[in-house]
Design a protein around this ligand. Structure first.
Ligand code: AQP
Length: 333
């Protein structure tokens, strides 16, 4: 008998340029997870428009993100790779789930508060509704597991709450998903402000290492990374945020433990340490960049992957939506 695998869902917004935070927080685990789960990976372009985007750029970045998924080892024959807006059920389920979500809890979301402060001229309803759309993304596919960075934990908790509320009012309809956070790299911080998360839309691009950065740029950014005046390479996130962040990045990219890295740099200065971190990151990014560029040159193939993925996702999503519509009392076509 064929083994029934659990379903895994994750998405990334096609905004700005992706950082090593996005890679370590979620993307790089995807290749291996495909072996154990039925995976669905989305370019979350409906989430992206909660902040104003240039249309041509959004289209280009969406295609580039699909290429990046594949460059990271996602196999479109095994996993579903698609663009969120090509499956209308996301918007439809989001609307229904809005009626199970309270304004007060959306106002308390950390990301909403951060993004409202950064985009004070455009605090739109979509920005506030972001977690409900994310709940719809996950719940539509009867997802068991959601691999994400720690910044998304609060949103995942809300997805679970919404699923449970709906299930309690009607009858079991949605699976209640679990988060999967990487052991190393669940929260990569900004190189210049190491108590804040590294973000693709960072105000100062020198604080973020982009997946497209060339070796010189990577080395320069690590050289300027904020540390402290102790000249001691130890992992202590509470008191040595900068050094601890660099150690995390080093360990995640070199597959070494923190203890091994601390021993390796025992007695060395921050200059040598930062250079070593920069080298390991740049060396790991180079083949990824080459594969990404190779894939980007084949637009027809990428569009085919998107079309096939959308078709497969559409069928699964429709099944759940139809179940929901039946329970809430909607006529269906
Ligand atoms: N600094 C980070 N450390 C670890 N994981 C991270 N993720 C994001 N930043 C870090 C994880 O990357 C995935 C995709 O993120 P997203 O595209 O949904 O956007 P985000 O979480 O809002 O990330 P950014 O970089 O801050 O994007 P912008 O600036 O566009 O809002 C998620 O799994 C996330 O946890």
């Amino acid at each position: 008998m064929e083994e029934v695998k659990k379903t895994l869902y994750s998405g990334v917004q096609p905004t700005n340029n992706l950082t090593i935070g996005n890679l370590l927080g979620t993307l790089r685990s995807w290749r291996g997870l495909q072996e154990d789960y039925d995976c669905i990976f989305a370019a979350a372009n409906m989430h992206a428009i909660t902040v104003r985007q240039n249309p041509a750029e959004l289209r280009q970045k969406t295609l580039a993100l699909i290429a990046l998924f594949l460059a990271c080892g996602v196999d479109p024959e095994k996993s579903i790779v698609y663009v969120q807006s090509q499956v209308p059920a996301h918007a439809e389920l989001c609307w229904a789930l809005n009626t199970f979500t309270y304004v007060g809890e959306m106002e308390r979301m950390t990301q909403f508060k951060d993004k409202s402060a950064r985009h004070a001229d455009n605090i739109n309803m979509g920005l506030m509704d972001y977690p409900v759309l994310m709940a719809a993304d996950i719940l539509l596919y009867q997802t068991d597991i959601v691999p994400v960075g720690l910044d998304q934990r609060q949103h995942l908790e809300i997805s679970r709450d919404i699923a449970q509320r709906f299930n309690n009012v009607y009858s079991p309809t949605f699976k209640v998903p679990e988060g999967l956070y990487p052991k190393m790299g669940a929260k990569i911080c900004d190189l210049l402000e190491p108590t804040k998360k590294m973000s693709k839309s960072a105000e100062n691009p020198n604080g973020a290492v982009f997946l497209s950065d060339d070796k010189d740029t990577v080395l320069r950014k690590f050289k300027r990374a904020v540390t402290d005046s102790e000249n001691c390479i130890k992992y202590a996130p509470e008191t040595k945020a900068g050094v601890s962040n660099l150690l995390t990045i080093y360990c995640a990219f070199s597959d070494k433990s923190v203890a091994e890295a601390e021993r390796e740099f025992d007695g060395k200065g921050y200059g040598d340490f930062k250079l070593a971190v920069g080298e390991v990151v740049a060396d790991k990014l180079a083949p990824l960049q080459a594969e990404h560029n190779r894939l980007l040159a084949d637009k027809a193939y990428l569009e085919k992957v998107m079309a096939d993925g959308a078709e497969r996702a559409y069928k699964l999503a429709r099944k759940t939506l139809s179940k929901v519509y039946k329970k809430i009392g909607f006529y269906q076509v």
